[in-house]
Write a protein that binds this ligand. Sequence first.
Ligand SMILES: [Zn+2]
Length: 80
Amino acid sequence: MERRCPICNRKTEGDPLCPYHQRAYLNLRERYDRWREAMEIGWEDYLREVAENPNTGEWAREVAQHLLKNGGTPGLNSPS
Ligand SMILES: [Zn+2]
């Protein structure tokens, strides 16, 4: 079955998101781990910060907004 990125509708390559958004998502996760070492912040609060930060890249912002719309639960780690 063909999968498409729920954010931009590009074809995916086995990931839940297209390569661009998938990479942005992984970067977000990495950065979140680093943030948590410095402060107490929940995933959704973090996503909100990212989405509102003018320095956030376009891809990352789209991923953050997408995750926020979906309750902050990526569900991206479970291959379905
Ligand atoms: Zn995409």
